[in-house]
Structures are given as C-alpha cells and as structure tokens.
Design a protein around this ligand. Structure first.
Ligand code: WTA
Length: 646
C-alpha cells in the first residue's frame, strides 16, 4: 500500500478552478461522459471565435479508418485571437514572454503588446518570403523568444509549422523537410546551451542540399560567421524588423492544420503527427488551467524545449491562450551549477514550474544547498512529464524543492494526445509518489491483458484510451492508413498508447513505461529502429539490435548488441564509429550507452530477432530468459550472457 499525500491545505485557496476536490472531479468526469459535446463546446467557448462552433465531435474511434475525427468543425477563428490579440487589448503592458538566456541573468521581457507587434512583423515578413496559408514551414531553432514568435507568425497566416528540435542532425532535418513538403525554414546562426554553442544554420544548409526550399529566415543569436546563400537566406533583423506591425490574422476553420510534430515510433521513419487549431487549443488551454490551477497573475515556467510537444502545449499555446506569463529558458538545469532552476524561480518569482524527472534526478544527486539557498516561496505547483518518476525523486521534489507546501503533479501524456491526459488536478487530487493518479474528465483509459481482455479492478496491462478528446492528433501527415494501423491495431475503437500501466485499488494509474520498441532517454523519445538503422549503416556492422534498459539518472539507457562483419573485431574505433553514426543520422541527443559486440543475435528459426531475451539481458534479469528452445542457435545466448555489460 503506498502512502497518500493529501493536497497541501493552501493550494486551493482563491482558486478559480471548478475542480477543487475529488467530488468535483467525479462530477465533471460524469458530465463529460454523459454529454461530451456539451462539455467541450462550453470549454471551447472560452476561446475567441469569429464563428463560434455549434458541433462537438464528428466521427469516432470505431470509424477511424474512414477518416480523422473532428471537433468544433463549423467554428472559425485564428489561434491568435485567443493567444495574443485579446491579451494585447486587455493587458498590453503585462509580460507575455519572459526569456532567461543561457548566461544567468540575461533576460528579456516581451509584453503582450510587444509580442503582438513582433508576431505581426514576422507574419508580414514570412508572407513577403512567399509563405502562404496551408503551406508548411520548419522552425529549427534554440530556445529564444523568436522560436515562439515564428511558430505564432506561421499560424497567424494560416500556414502549418513543424518545429524540429535543435539537436537533430542534418539527416533527420532533411527527412522532416521532405516529408512535410516545407517551403520555408526559420533558423538562427547558432544556439546556446550550458555555456556552449551549437550549429544550426550550417546544419540547415546541409539538410537543404537538393531540396526545393526557396527561403530561409535566419536569426542572429551568437554572431558567428555562417554560410550564406544569397537569394534564399534572409536575416531576421532585416526582414522582420523592417516589416509592418499591422497584420490581419487569417480566418481558419477549427479543423485546419496548426502544426505537424515528428515523433519516434516502434518502426520506420518518424511519424508527423498532425494537430488542428480548435480542438488542440481547447485542450492545451483547458488542461493547463485545470491541472496546474493557473491564475491570471501567475508566472509559469515550463523548462522543456519548444522542439518537443511539451514546449508546444505548455510553453506556447496553453499559457498564452490563458493569458499567463510564460517563461522560456535557454539553458540547462546544471549550468552554471545545480542551483540554476531555483535561481530562475527566485529572480522571476515563478509560481508554477514544469520539468522532467531526469532533471530532478540530476539535481537531487547534488547537495540540497543548491535548492535551499534560493527563495522558492512563490512556488505553488510543481509538475513533471516525459517519463515515469520514481518515488524517491518525487519525494525530493515535494520535500526539498516544494518544502512540503506545493502540489506535485505527475502528468502523463504524449505527442499524440496533444496535452495532459492522466494527472492529478493540483487543488483536487491527493497524490501518491510515482503515480500519474486519475484520468482527466474526457479521458477513458482501459487496460488490456496480453489476450486483449480488459483488466477489471486493480491490475497491470497495456494502456488504451477509448473515447476521443478534443486535443488528440487527427492523423499522420499524408498517411492516414499508417495512423490507423499504428494507433488502432487492436480491438475496435481503442487508441493504443504504447505504454504499460498498473491500476491500484483506488483506481490510480501508475505508468510503467513503453511496452513497444520506443526508448525514453531523459524524456527524449527515440525508436530502437532509428538506432538500428544508423548503426547498421556502417560498413563494419553486419547486423544489430537495440533495446532500452533501466538507467539510474536517465530513466532508460540505450543498449546496442552489434554483430560485426568478418574481419572486424570490437575496438574503441568501432565504438566511436557507432556513436558518430547515431549522432549524424539522428542527432546529438542520440547516444548509445552500452555497446556489446556479439557473435550473433538470438533469432527464431524464421529469422525473427527475439528482443525479449535481449531486453532481459540488458535489464540484468537473466535468471529466467524464458523458452529459448525455438532459437535457431541457442549457444548465441550463452555467448551474449558471458559478455553482457550489466
Ligand atoms: C512517456 C511527452 C510516465 C510515455 C509529453 C509516453 C510518461 C511518452 C509520462 C510520450 C509520465 C510521458 N509518466 N511516462 N508522467 N509522460 N511519458 O511523445 O512513455 O515525447 O508514451 O510526449 O513519454 O513521449 P512524448
């Protein structure tokens, strides 16, 4: 029986949240279940519409093969009406974006009026560069305010943004440019992070070789010399600064595409998940307001990167729609030392803070003085996302960072879900360290066992969601059959999350991690197939298999079993080639933690790699490897066990 941590007494005081206790959660849960259209139309009405929607959901999970679901299909708006323009009128001089640069104390503030001006200028500049409604533009930048401005400007003209995390390699960027059919890229000379610079513009140049991308807009961040293609490349400070700050936001139907975000799956190339304007914005703003219990005068800090979905929903769209000051953070939790987050919290008077368990574990490994020497009395809510949080890290966050006064919310969701799905509601839900707790209203989880039978009451299973909610991705860009095959492969009407979960006697959900071939390293989601493709591209590699294994700091580590071609043997050089291949073909964040050169892979007689065995060995769980009698060559397993790295 795990302990229950009650909601700290002061959390709900003065809250505008309609859900302030478990009774209210139950009531809202039931109201959505009874009439989802009415419930979500009422929430959508908190956005600004030019034509308010009268339709709720169209389509269903049962008919997903016939076409994507739709929400609010007859509504017309532009996300700007809700995210920028209304606040520029109501609170023009309040801070919209506060930026904390890499060097401590380097800050910039954009008021709502300034944000509107900048976005309009950028929108005019993008249109002058030829970008039109419906076309795609890539944003490949670091954590600068202009990344958010570019996203918003693209949305303002009714185009579609696809943000690519600044750590991805030229090869990965090229795939995304190609798949999205982008006609413009926004980038910067270099990025900065943790006292170092990293290349961005030169990576774009490499990625665009042979591509038909007529315009690249380049922000100067570090002042480094960068290669230049006249006629294609344009400086931000020329094009945007000189543009007019008057711009009419395009009128967009609620189901028009807002963005494509690529994410790793268990097989093949990354998938471009498509989110649309009306349902996504309703979900991002409602979950942000509800789960974190935000108030109008909050200073909200989500220290993720805009290149991931967390940055989209909880740095940009959710907080801006709610009119809350949102902090953008360019640095790392350990630069210049382990006190950086709390230095930021103290100086900017942050009231709610959102990070990943990996960062918490890294900081918790250092002295508590790094935390306690800073004033954290403004903090009310502390959130985590991206990977399971272990009870110790949860406790440390609650006791040391929050000094026992703050609500801790462990939020489960995915790129595909658009926003939070299973999480405590800060003022309402008693928590348990390590549990994502209860589904939000509108989210209907079900656990299936290995025979696809529903698990009733407490138990373990694969997590599916059975009813559509407004924020869910509509499809995979350009490939709806792949969307259906990937996410609805099993029992009809059920969305497959790819995660395993346990439900306890109180109905609380504990996410146990991916049950497919996705590895989650420091909250970065990567496919084993991507690693395998990169490693197998080397001449000296005959074949390989990659699995995840538990890693004390990163959550999961990457374990590669590699079979070399005849004539090659294990060496530091081979290892360096493997790392370089992953870096070049995927990105700087794709490092292999353990490489084991093996004589062969365990395969069935039909040639299928038995990953289950490799996973167990990587986990150090070798007492019972299960049935190996069906293997083509069982002696391979003994050889792998003898050389195992854990
Ligand atoms: C994992 C990030 C446990 C999970 C928002 C999911 C989590 C994947 C949690 C999605 C959590 C996210 N507890 N696991 N609170 N939050 N995950 O698409 O495996 O980058 O499927 O979205 O992260 O990763 P993605």
């Amino acid at each position: 029986m795990s302990e229950i941590v009650p909601v700290p007494p002061s959390i709900g005081a003065g809250s505008p949240n309609p859900i302030v206790d478990l009774g209210a959660w139950r009531d809202h849960y039931q109201r959505v279940a009874n009439d989802p259209d009415a419930y979500w139309l009422a929430e959508a009405a908190r956005l600004v519409w030019r034509t308010p929607p009268t339709r709720g959901l169209d389509g269903s999970f049962y008919e997903i093969a016939d076409g994507p679901i739709a929400w609010f299909a007859d509504g017309v708006h532009n996300v700007h009406d809700s995210c920028v323009d209304r606040h520029a009128v109501a609170t023009p001089d309040r801070a919209a974006i506060v930026w904390e640069g890499d060097e401590p104390g380097t800050t910039r503030t954009l008021t709502w009026a300034q944000l509107k001006d900048e976005v309009c200028r950028c929108a005019n500049a993008l249109e002058a560069l030829g970008l039109q409604r419906g076309e795609r533009a890539i944003v490949y930048m670091g954590m600068v305010p202009e990344a958010a401005i570019a996203m918003l400007a693209i949305a303002r003209i009714g185009a579609v943004h696809s943000v690519v995390f600044g750590g991805f390699s030229a090869e990965s960027l090229r795939d995304r440019v190609r798949d999205s059919g982008a006609r413009l890229v926004v980038t910067q000379d270099e990025g900065r992070r943790g006292g170092r610079t990293f290349a961005l513009k030169s990576v774009v140049d490499e990625a665009l070789v042979g591509a038909h991308v007529p315009a690249v807009l380049v922000l100067r961040r570090t002042g480094a010399e960068v290669p230049w293609s006249p006629g294609r490349d344009v400086w931000w400070h020329d094009a945007v600064a000189s543009a007019s700050s008057a711009h009419e936001a395009a009128a967009m139907p609620a189901e028009s595409p807002l963005f494509i975000l690529y994410t790793s799956g268990s097989t093949g190339k990354p998938k471009g998940l498509l989110h649309t304007t009306g349902g996504y914005l309703t979900w991002a703003s409602w979950t942000h307001r509800t789960v974190f219990d935000v108030r109008p005068d909050d200073v909200w800090a989500c220290v993720a990167d805009v290149g991931w979905v967390t940055g989209h929903s909880y740095i940009v769209y959710g907080p801006l729609a709610n009119g809350v000051t949102t902090l953008m953070f360019e640095s790392t939790p350990l630069y210049p030392d382990a006190g950086r987050y709390w230095d930021v919290v103290a100086r900017h008077k942050v009231t709610a803070f959102y990070t990943a368990p990996t960062a918490i574990r890294a900081i918790a490994a250092c002295s508590a003085d790094f935390v306690t020497k800073y004033d954290r009395s403004t903090l009310r809510v502390l959130g985590t996302v991206g990977e399971p949080i272990n009870a110790d890290a949860w406790r440390w966050y609650h006791d040391v960072v929050g000094a026992g006064r703050c609500a801790v919310v462990d939020t489960w969701w995915q790129t595909e879900t658009g926003g939070i799905c299973i999480a405590p509601i800060a003022p309402a839900t008693p928590t348990k360290p390590g549990a994502a707790t209860l589904p939000l209203p509108g989210i209907t989880p079900i656990l299936l066992d290995n025979q696809d039978r529903p698990v009733r009451g407490p138990g373990n299973g694969r997590l599916f969601l059975t009813t559509p909610w407004p924020g869910m991705a509509r499809t995979i860009w350009g490939d709806h059959p792949r969307f259906v095959a990937t996410y609805f492969p099993g029992p009809p009407g059920m969305y497959l999350t790819g995660d395993g979960a346990r439900r306890d006697a109180d109905g609380y959900y504990w996410i146990t991690g991916r049950v497919d071939d996705v590895i989650n390293v420091s909250g970065h989601r990567m496919g084993t197939a991507e690693f395998e493709g990169a490693i197998a591209s080397l001449d000296e590699v005959a074949e390989c298999a990659v699995v995840g294994y538990p890693h004390a700091l990163k959550g999961q580590g990457v374990y590669a079993y590699v079979v070399l071609q005849a004539g090659f043997s294990a060496s530091a050089e081979v290892e360096a080639h493997i790392q370089a291949a992953c870096r070049t073909l995927i990105g700087a964040h794709a490092r292999v933690d353990l490489i084991q050169v093996v004589p062969g892979l365990p395969k069935t007689r039909s040639g299928k790699v038995m990953r289950r065995i490799l996973r167990k060995i990587a986990e150090g769980d070798t007492s019972n490897l299960g049935d190996t009698s069906t293997l083509n060559d069982p002696t391979v397993v003994d050889a792998i066990l003898r050389g195992a790295k854990v």
